[in-house]
Design a protein around this ligand. Structure first.
Ligand SMILES: [Cu+2]
Length: 622
């Protein structure tokens, strides 16, 4: 793969240069939405005559209502399922919940799912975490209209793991998930079965979500642009669709299959009695061995397999799983002219939620109600994982960039808003390759060391990528914000010294780093202009469709220390992942295989409000 970002930048300007003035006249976010509106859709997929399913089910999504709070029922959107063929244990309802039934599959099964869209709007369902062909991955290109049926057919290639099904139509994913459309997929295999982990009633799905209700018990959702920029946060925690969730347990070991199904909220999970959280698995299934953590971070789209042992606890005793306090995942509000950067805490930030992100609050309560004498023992070793190294990748010195671009009214990846047919050279992935990828903040807004690394050329492989990305996204931003704020011409030395202090206050700067078209390089974080406060870097859970990946390294900017210290012990390394939380100032290198299937596989922020703003792109596997 040899290509130059200079070339692609010119291509970008060639495509959109004429439109810059028009762009400038429209708020950037509105503009991004318009771009996304150009998406065509494919005719609904039909059943294939030569596919012989072991399991077949009808999955229906439709408006419904559920009693959640005392009083009036809440209008929701909900998945229902009917088993057409296969083992009865394939479907498990969660009583009284708006969540879809838990789907339980076996590795190697051939599965047909007939999705019936009975919503009053278009939708399509994505199998988050599953390794399936592109045409049945639930890409928004395959969105179906109300009344239509889409037939998914695939073989379960995944190892034992917990995955998610949820809608993925373009622009409305967050809204549909928020209104109830989500469910868990459990995959089992022989390797897992040999461990005889707690099963049946002792294996409990724990789907954590936050919601906001109005006085009539109806769900309230985002209206202000600000809710999209930061993500939408409810003021009420629901577990498995229930408020004030309490789980009655026997005094023995349980397996909690935990899933963050919130649209934006990040949790720092810990037991209230300070006993460690014992993690046996992550997004992509079991770890090699259990890991004890003081707390675990869980971002939207991530899963945790937790061993919770209540043996030895007395009947009547209680344990509360809490989200503990942390900071740094959200930008704060700044007074005009102050220019203090970086750590503004991840507390309330700019949103006035009664349940601030990063504050300390309960998730659910476990109550021991039965004494039993025996309990399974935690295995010392769990599963085999082949660990990828750089030498397994085709691009050890040149990671595929996933650049997080944060700007006023605008959250994108690799500098460009989502368009199904806009594939960068770096986004074309040869089939059956293992790729090194690097996720980083292209506009470090406030986290200077990150910016310094990008500008200073400390990583020879990364420099080209970064400067190219910045140039591209800078081009957008110039158009988007040029009318709203003053421009700043700064050279990089100043930026490195503390120019980032001002970056947010000013709309943009003209960087002088690296290459030619200097006048268009504006790597800085745009702001709203003096006096109004600013947007800074925030945390993003980045999700890649297709196969699971492994985390190779996390590197944090040196001046992010105080905030980062509040979360750093909560990341699980060494397992398979499909979503990774990237903190402000952080660079994460991952290794991901692209095997078996060609076609479009999305990568996006799993802050679903961000996704719907266009913080989403495709890899085209060729
Ligand atoms: Cu995001």
């Amino acid at each position: 793969m040899s290509y130059s970002f200079n070339k692609s930048r010119r291509r970008f300007f060639a495509q959109s240069g004429a439109g810059l003035m028009a762009w400038a006249a429209t708020p950037a976010w509105l503009r991004a939405m318009e771009n996304m509106g150009e998406m065509p859709t494919m005719p609904p997929r039909k059943a294939s005559a030569n596919f012989h399913p072991d399991v077949e089910l009808d999955l229906i999504c439709k408006p419904s209502s559920v009693a959640i709070l005392p009083g009036q029922p809440t209008r929701v959107q909900q998945y229902f399922a009917k088993l057409v063929k296969g083992p009865a244990q394939t479907l498990t309802e969660i009583p009284g919940s708006y969540l879809g039934p838990v789907l339980r599959f076996e590795k190697g099964q051939k599965i047909r799912i007939n999705l019936h869209n009975q919503l009053n709007e278009p939708s399509i369902t994505h199998w988050h975490g599953l390794h399936v062909p592109a045409e049945v991955d639930g890409h928004p290109l395959y969105t179906i209209d109300s009344g239509q049926v889409f037939v998914y057919e695939f073989e379960m290639l995944n190892r034992a793991s917990m995955n998610i099904y949820h809608p993925h139509p373009h622009n409305t994913t967050a809204k549909q998930v928020y209104h109830g459309l989500a469910g868990a997929i459990l995959v089992n295999d022989d390797e897992e079965r040999r461990l005889e982990l707690p099963g049946g009633e002792y294996e409990v799905p724990i789907v954590i979500q936050d919601r906001k209700f109005d006085a009539n018990n109806q769900l309230q959702y985002v209206h202000a642009m600000h809710d999209r920029m930061m993500g939408f946060y409810g003021d009420r925690i629901l577990v498995n669709g229930r408020p004030d969730f309490q789980l009655d347990v026997a005094s023995r070991a349980y397996r909690f299959r935990v899933l963050n199904g919130s649209t934006a909220r990040i949790y720092k999970l810990a037991w209230d009695d300070k006993s460690p959280v014992t993690v046996i698995g992550t997004d992509g299934g079991l770890l090699e061995a259990p890991v004890n953590k003081p707390y675990v971070m869980l971002a939207p789209g991530e899963r945790l397999d937790i061993w919770a042992d209540f043996s030895g606890r007395k009947v009547g005793s209680q344990l509360v799983l809490r989200s503990r306090s942390f900071s740094g995942v959200l930008p704060g509000m700044m007074g005009g002219g102050q220019g203090e950067h970086g750590r503004m805490g991840g507390g309330m930030g700019m949103h006035g939620s009664a349940l601030p992100v990063g504050s300390d609050y309960p998730i659910f309560t476990v109550k021991v109600t039965r004494q039993v004498s025996d309990s399974p023992k935690l295995p010392n070793s769990l599963a085999q994982i082949h660990h990828y190294g750089l030498s397994d990748t085709v691009n050890p010195g040149k990671p595929v960039p996933i650049a997080i671009s944060e700007g006023p009214m605008r959250m994108v990846l690799n500098g460009r808003p989502y368009a199904y047919n806009d594939i960068l050279p770096s986004e074309r992935i040869p089939l059956n390759t293992v790729q090194l990828m690097e996720i980083f903040h292209a506009h470090g807004g406030g986290h200077g060391a990150n910016g310094a690394a990008e500008h200073g050329g400390k990583e020879s492989a990364g420099v080209k990528h970064n400067s190219g990305m910045q140039a591209e996204s800078g081009g957008h931003r110039m158009g988007g914000m040029g009318m709203m704020s003053g421009m700043r011409h700064d050279d990089d030395n100043k930026q490195g010294e503390g120019g980032h202090r001002r970056m947010g206050m000013m709309g943009m700067r003209h960087g002088g780093d690296s290459d030619d078209a200097g006048g268009h390089q504006m790597g800085g974080m745009g702001g709203m202009g003096g006096g109004m406060g600013m947007m800074m870097s925030m945390a993003h859970p980045i999700h890649l469709h297709g196969q699971y990946f492994q985390i190779l390294s996390r590197t944090i900017a040196t001046n992010s220390g105080e905030d980062y210290a509040t979360v750093k012990d909560g990341f699980i390394e060494g397992g398979w992942k499909d979503t990774v939380l990237v903190m402000p100032g952080e660079r994460v290198k991952i290794i991901k295989p692209f095997q078996d299937f060609k076609g479009l596989f999305m990568y996006h922020c799993h802050n679903l409000e961000h996704e719907d703003m266009g913080m989403m792109r495709d890899f085209l596997v060729v």
